[in-house]
Ligand binder design. Structure first.
Ligand code: GLA
Length: 726
């Protein structure tokens, strides 16, 4: 049983294979108890009362009704207004203007499996794979009912939390802040790890000590963003990639979020994650409900890599859906970096021919195929083929590509509208905007108002026309700006602060319609590269374009940071031409290929312009990729050397049954009198023996203790090592 309620101590135990999460009832309040390695029993009865007394007395009073006591107790779902002065998880305003909430226990149920969240992405589980605890709390004064949902998985070390609010009273409730998870950890001896970046520079690692006060990471951009990622880890100062405690939270949501940690005087670290409460208000009419998105929570004693393995296992088994969730995906060739907007059918066919000759499975036509789109300044919204470039239409081109023995894929940016478009001329009110204010363009485009169902349905209709009329096997869904001028004239004034979340609900509605109508199409998410790389997106698109920066050295960092929460097969990873179009760096084809093969592999260049020698390297890379992808895409990750720390990067993958090891090793710059860098492998059976491709035999203990010896003799050198257990 994953979830147990002990009647006597009033404690709830959530167990995963190696972890436990415990909280309980103290009188009618919920207090947090424990999150860490598996635990049978938290405390002698009376359970949390014992802890509450202990905490209360440390502050000079054990009087449970006293506000002072609450401020220093570990709360399970802290609310504003009743004596806890730290960051609350919940804050609402009631019709009489009051903002005080009291949440008291009403009851709970434990059910097998996991319910879905209406209109939202969420993890799923069959009845045998998880149990879900639903706790009902109510505010005695207002008719506010809050349901805390916890799922404990029996096959992966993860739990998820989400929150549902119901207004059962007769008056409006304005939800101002609603975190999906909040955990009071009994220590400040932590460092916070977050992922930050920008365009072409996504998901860099930031590690900082926490202290007293609040550290928040968030997005106010309308999408999860390249600037901060909806991910947060708390680790011990001594935690490394391979050992030590790591607590991780990842938000299954693609819009504005907040994640943070608040350290207080009692040495409690309150770790939280949820919808960004900045510029947020949700008006809940009597009888209405609101569902806050889900947070995935993992704990590991095996360092950052252990935390990542838990996230990867969870997302692989319980988040990514559809035909391509567990089957190998096509190796694709995309024309964007080769042509930008300047192409015609002949050019696309010649690029495709280069791919066919190499053994590529899928040709993707990127931006520029519709309207008058010869540059980024027009036509978004006019999803009609540009006959001057493609006289036989998308259907004609798709047919020709199919005849070459490849599949065909197409780019869309369905959330956007160019002011220079027929759509905008017909419907100037269809974009997100504030009447009377300048509509701020970014990349010459405005954002469609997806909070309006009629707009979503119209855009879907345009897409259906294209998709029903041609043989299309793949869609790249792009989104190339952050959203400002937040407002929707279609909503009343008191609902304007709902626009960012309503936009996300419209976005998810469109993705759900499309993915269920076209179950055989492979979808890839994209947002100016990797500006919407999050777990919410992965529920609809099993892969996401990781970055517009395809330079091999840059990608070492981007893949490393992204892998903290997301499995390698979710990371679109292409070999491109040199000098690189973003950083103008030249790297050997070998390194570009070796970097790309440990993601979701593809190409982004005109192969007909590459030398025979480089084409041979690419051909071999496809072979290597197909040989290692099962291990990389389903196995366990161990990050052995970080690109953020030095010249060497090394990442290891171990097949789940231990039969195979893949180690990818990269060196950026040569050093004079190059010393050896020792790469010690991890997670192997010390007594097993492993054979490399030339027949050398190594014991597991040799590989883990003596290790591989690397020497930085050349710039941009790399190798992919495979070892099979004998
Ligand atoms: C974004 C994407 C690119 C490409 C262009 C097309 O920048 O990240 O891959 O699709 O848009 O305009």
């Amino acid at each position: 049983m994953s979830i147990v309620f002990d009647e006597q101590s009033k404690l709830f135990y959530l167990h995963t294979p190696h972890t436990s999460y415990v909280f309980g009832l103290y009188q009618k309040f919920l207090l947090h108890g424990y999150w860490g390695p598996s635990l049978r029993e938290l405390a002698p009865t009376p359970g949390l009362a014992y802890i509450a007394q202990m905490l209360g007395s440390s502050m000079g009073t054990s009087e449970p009704g006293s506000w002072l006591t609450r401020d220093c107790m570990r709360q399970e779902y802290p609310v504003y207004g009743t004596g806890d002065f730290r960051e609350p998880a919940f804050h609402a305003e009631y019709e009489d203007g009051s903002r005080e909430t009291e949440l008291l226990y009403v009851g709970h149920t434990v059910t097998p499996g996991k319910p879905s969240l209406p209109g939202l992405p969420a993890t799923f589980a069959s009845e045998g794979e998880a149990e879900t605890l639903t706790l009902e709390l109510a505010d005695p004064k207002t008719g506010l009912h809050v349901f805390l949902l916890y799922t404990a998985f029996s096959d992966v070390d993860a739990i998820t939390r989400s929150v549902r609010v119901e207004n059962r009273g007769g008056e409006v409730i304005n939800i101002r802040r609603i975190m999906s998870a909040s955990v009071d950890l009994p220590s400040l001896d932590f460092e916070a790890i977050s992922l930050f970046g920008g365009w072409a520079n996504e998901r860099n690692l930031q590690r900082q000590p926490i202290g007293r006060g609040d550290i928040t990471f968030d997005s106010k951009r309308g999408h999860s963003s390249a600037h901060q990622s909806p991910f947060l880890a708390l680790v011990r100062p001594e935690t490394t990639e391979l050992s030590g405690e790591a607590y991780g939270m990842s938000f299954i949501y693609s819009g504005n979020f907040a994640a943070g940690v608040y350290g207080d005087i009692t040495h409690t670290a309150r770790m939280y994650m949820g919808l960004n409460s900045f510029d947020f208000n949700w008006r809940l009419e009597p009888g209405e409900r609101f569902d806050a998105p889900e947070v995935a929570m993992v704990y590991s004693t095996e360092g950052l890599s252990g935390m990542s393995r838990n996230f990867h296992d969870l997302y692989r088994a319980h988040l990514v859906r559809g035909k391509y969730a567990h089957s190998p995906r096509p190796v694709l060739l995309n024309n964007w970096e080769a042509t930008n907007f300047t192409f015609d059918e002949e050019k696309i066919l010649s690029i495709a021919e280069g791919g066919r000759a190499l053994g590529v499975d899928l040709m993707v036509l990127d931006d520029g195929w519709f309207g008058k789109r010869d540059d980024p300044k027009s036509s978004l919204g006019d999803w009609y083929v540009a006959k001057n470039k493609l006289p036989d239409g998308i259907d004609g081109l798709a047919l020709k590509i199919e005849k070459m023995g490849m599949k065909f894929g197409l780019w869309f940016e369905p959330e956007m509208i160019s002011p220079d478009s027929d759509l905008y001329r017909a419907h100037p009110d269809w974009c997100i905007h504030t009447p009377g204010r300048t509509r701020l363009e970014s990349r010459w485009q405005l954002t469609l108002d997806l909070s309006r169902r009629d707009v979503c349905d119209y855009m879907l209709g345009l897409m259906y026309r294209v998709l029903d009329g041609a043989k299309i096997s793949y869609i790249k869904w792009d989104m190339n700006r952050s959203i400002c001028n937040i407002g929707s004239p279609a909503l009343p004034r008191e609902r304007q602060a709902e626009v960012p979340h309503r936009y996300m609900l419209g976005y998810y509605y469109m993705l759900e319609q499309l993915t269920s109508r076209y179950p055989d199409i492979l979808f890839e998410g994209c947002a100016s590269g990797g500006a919407r790389f999050d777990a919410g997106q992965l529920y609809y698109t099993p892969q996401i374009w990781t970055s517009d920066d395809t330079d091999a050295v840059e990608r070492l960092h981007i893949h490393y940071g992204t892998s903290l929460a997301f499995p390698p097969e979710t990371q679109g990873s292409h070999v491109s031409a040199c000098p690189n179009c973003v950083v103008h760096r030249n790297t050997p084809m070998k390194m570009r290929c070796d970097v790309a093969v440990i993601g979701q592999f593809g190409f982004e260049l005109d192969l007909t312009r590459e030398s025979e020698a480089d084409l041979a390297v690419c051909r071999q890379a496809i072979e290597i990729y197909k040989d290692i992808r099962h291990t990389v895409h389903t196995g366990d990750i161990y990050r052995l050397a970080s690109p953020f720390d030095g010249n060497f990067t090394a990442v290891q993958f171990v097949e789940k049954d231990g039969s195979r090891i893949v180690v990818a090793i990269y060196n950026v710059l040569a050093t004079p009198n190059a010393p050896f860098t020792v790469i010690r492998l991890a997670g192997l059976d010390p007594d097993a023996r492993y054979r490399d491709v030339v027949g050398n035999l190594y014991s597991g203990s040799y590989l883990m203790n003596v290790g591989l010896h690397e020497c930085a003799r050349n710039d941009f050198s790399s190798r992919i090592v495979t070892l099979d257990r004998v």
